[in-house]
Design a protein around this ligand. Structure first.
Ligand code: F6R
Length: 363
C-alpha cells in the first residue's frame, strides 16, 4: 500500500519523521538516558570498533566512524563486507564488531559476521528485520524500527540506522568520559528535535523537484562533501545512479584537485553538501574551483551557508538549521529527493530499478 504516494520510495521518504521519532523513542528513557539493550554494552570493554556492511548500510557505518572518533574518541575501521570477508583481517582482542544491514540477510555481511565469531569480543548488529539471520547470530541486535522497506533504494532504513548508530556513539562517549552530562543533554535535545527538522526539509520538496529537472539532463554528476558529509556525498551518488541510471560519483572535496577536477566542464553538475560547519570554508573553496571551470554547482546548505557562498551557483537548496553532528541525517533528505525526482523525470522504474534486488542473498 503506497498510502496515496506514486511510489513506495516516495512513501518511505515521507515516513522518515515518524520512524525516526520511533527509533529515538525506543532507546531513550523518559529521563533522557540512552538504553541500548538489556544486556548492556560497556564501551570501556573495547579499544576499537570494526564496522562491516554493504552499499547504503556501509555509508551509515562510514558516517558513524566520524562520530565515534570525534565524539567518543574510539577508533573505527569500516569495510565493505565483500572485501572484509576474503581479506581475512586479524581481529585484535577488545574489538567490537558491528554489522549494519536493513534486511539482515545480505550474504556477504552475514559471512563477515561469521568470520568474526570467536575472534571479536562482541558481535553487535544494527538491523531492520528482527527475525533475520544477522539479528539472530549477533550477541546484541539493535533494531532500527524503520518498518517494512519495500523500495529497492534504501531511504528510511538509512536514516534510522544513522539515528541508532548516533545513540550508540553518545552512549560510548558518556561511558568513556569524552562527553559530560551537560553535553550529552545538548545532544539529546538536538536529537529530539530531529523529526520536526526532517519534516521541514521534506517541505522543500518543490525546490528539490526543480533541481532534479535540471539534473535529469546530465550524463555525469559529481557529489562533494567533507568530513562527516563525505559519506553523504557517497550516498547521494549511489541513490542517483541506482534509480536514474545517471553516472554519479562522490569525492571527498579535498580530493578534487588530485584528479577528478579534470572532469569538470559546463556539462557536469556538481552537488555540494555543505552545512555551515567548521569545514564549510574549505568546502566552499573547492566549490569555487569547480565554478572557475564552469562546473554547475547545486549547493545544499543552510541559510547562513547560502548567504555566504551561493554567489554564482547554478541552484541553491536551503536546509533548515540543525546541530552540526546531526547534519548527515538531515542531508540524507535532499540526497534521496534529488535522486527520486530525477528518476521520475527520466521515467525509470523507481521502486524496482533494473538489475537490482532488495535483498542480496547471493555473494
Ligand atoms: C542502496 C541499497 C543497497 C543496500 C545493500 C545492503 O539503496 O539499498 O546498497 O543498502 O544492498 O543491504 P542490507 O542493508 O539489506 O544489508
Amino acid at each position: 500500500d503506497k498510502a496515496g504516494h506514486k511510489h513506495f520510495m516516495a512513501k518511505e521518504i515521507a515516513e522518515q519523521p515518524a520512524v525516526i521519532g520511533t527509533a529515538i523513542g525506543k532507546y531513550l528513557s523518559p529521563q533522557g538516558d540512552i538504553e541500548l539493550s538489556d544486556q548492556d554494552i560497556d564501551f570501556n570493554d573495547f579499544d576499537r570498533i570494526i564496522m562491516v556492511a554493504c552499499g547504503t548500510a556501509s555509508y551509515a557505518c562510514l558516517t558513524a566512524k566520524y562520530w565515534f572518533e570525534q565524539i567518543a574518541r574510539l577508533p573505527v575501521e569500516v569495510d565493505v563486507a565483500s572485501e572484509f570477508r576474503y581479506r581475512e583481517p586479524p581481529i585484535p582482542p577488545r574489538t567490537l564488531a558491528v554489522f549494519v544491514s536493513q534486511s539482515g540477510e545480505t550474504a556477504d555481511t552475514l559471512a563477515a559476521l561469521r568470520y568474526c565469531e570467536g575472534k571479536a569480543a562482541r558481535i553487535l548488529s544494527v538491523v531492520n528485520v528482527p527475525e533475520s539471520s544477522i539479528a539472530r547470530e549477533s550477541d546484541i541486535a539493535l533494531l532500527i524500527h524503520a518498518g517494512v522497506e519495500v523500495g529497492v533504494a534504501s531511504t528510511k532504513a538509512f536514516t534510522c540506522q544513522l539515528v541508532v548508530l548516533y545513540m550508540m556513539v553518545l552512549k560510548a562517549a558518556r561511558a568513556r568520559g569524552t562527553l559530560d552530562a551537560e553535553a550529552l543533554a545538548d545532544h539529546i535535545f538536538g536529537l529530539r528535535g530531529l523529526p520536526a527538522t526532517i519534516s521541514h526539509a521534506l517541505e522543500k520538496n518543490d525546490t528539490m523537484h526543480a533541481a532534479a529537472l535540471k539534473l535529469s539532463h546530465a550524463r555525469d554528476v559529481l557529489f562533494l562533501g567533507r568530513g562527516q558529509m563525505y559519506p553523504l556525498a557517497l550516498e547521494g551518488a549511489l541513490k542517483l545512479k541506482e534509480i536514474s541510471y545517471i553516472h554519479a560519483e562522490a569525492y571527498a572535496s579535498g580530493e578534487l584537485k588530485h584528479g577528478p577536477i579534470a572532469l569538470i566542464d559546463e556539462n557536469v553538475p556538481v552537488v555540494v553538501m555543505a552545512p555551515r560547519d567548521a569545514l564549510f570554508d574549505k568546502t566552499v573553496s573547492n566549490m569555487q574551483e569547480v565554478m572557475a571551470r564552469k562546473g554547475k554547482v547545486i549547493l545544499i546548505s543552510d541559510a547562513k551557508g547560502q548567504a555566504e557562498a551561493n554567489d554564482g551557483v547554478w541552484f541553491s537548496i536551503e536546509m533548515p538549521p540543525v546541530p552540526d553532528a546531526l547534519a548527515p541525517i538531515l542531508y540524507a533528505i535532499p540526497a534521496q529527493l534529488l535522486a527520486y525526482h530525477t528518476a521520475v523525470a527520466k521515467g525509470t522504474d523507481v521502486d524496482q530499478p533494473r538489475n537490482l534486488a532488495k535483498s542480496v542473498t547471493v555473494e
